[in-house]
Design a protein around this ligand. Sequence first.
Ligand SMILES: *Cc1c(COP(=O)(O)O)cnc(C)c1O
Length: 373
Amino acid sequence: MSVPFLDLKKSNSRYEDEIRASIGRVIDSGWYLLGDEVERFEWEFSEYIGIDYTIGVASGLDALTIILKAYRTLGQLQEGDEVIVPANTFIASILAITNNDLRPVLVEPDEDTFNIDPDLIEEKITNRTRAIMLVHLYGQNAYNEKIGKLCQQYDLKLIEDAAQAHGACYKDQRIGSIGDAAGFSFYPGKNLGAMGDAGAICTNDQELAECCRSLGNYGGTSKYRYKYKGFNSRMDEIQAAVLRVKLKGLDTANQRRREVADFYIRNISNPKVKLPVLKADNSIRNDSSHVWHLFVVRVQNRDRFIDYLEENEIAASTHYPVAPNQQEGYPELSDLNLPVTEKLHRQVVSLPMSPVLEEKSMQKVHKVIANYA
Ligand SMILES: *Cc1c(COP(=O)(O)O)cnc(C)c1O
């Protein structure tokens, strides 16, 4: 029996009848962009996150890029301003910054949480720092009061990259409602995934929301009237129809992911495989601060471990194999010395994780890893 990393077909088959009916409704309507489905999804997602405005866009990268572009357009960020971002994030968080002629300032993560180390932020703040891009990596909340205080003290915008954390919480607030604005991705493999590319911006700031909506629609404010230089980045009706169905199952799916994580943490025990670190009193099943987009372990000899899993028909993955500062596309970051980030990028391995991972697959992962020598 082979264990897939993520079986999207099976994951979506739970909703298949409803999704087919919803897509059929869009086809029958003859209206494919900027219609009812997107508008309704935006309302439903705002309600779910607990925020005033949601703007559907074409991808997660676009969501983050447009938020920063809106701040540039509204004169709240200037070319060359610095944005603090975790050094071990997915490349899109950094692309959104550099796409806007802003400067990413990379901060090392806490190696237990994989999220930005709150204690290392203040020393990176300069008189050009204007924002923090807070990435809730692997599905775990990255916010704490210390970060909130720094934002107040230094008057920094807090932008959440919530692309991996749909439904996660900080205390009783949803991720995506904590900062000044948040970007979500609905890439098919995310906790809330479309059947193609899609993304959303969430904010309580009306002026920002209006600017983002306009920027995603060429910078127009009414038909053929362009107030800004914008993009074409809109969520299409079919994706919104799919997402409306799947949003209703998101909490259940996240709970299922927690059960998988709980199983792994209780059962996997091999000194060569370092499990995610959790606070001592944590009951994973009840902990809403993590939605386990990925279950990431650390090993010394990654290639060997992944080969071993593959020989045993278990598909693992790596998020991510190369640190942003070591990417060819970012020569300007290549002089940075980021030992924690670089070490994590050498060691991380993502184990099979999804809401439809079967008990016997989880057992197999556990047993195969127990025999890894
Ligand atoms: C997926 C992802 C993005 C980008 O989303 P897309 O929809 O693929 O453009 C941004 N940031 C993080 C952390 C992601 O995981």
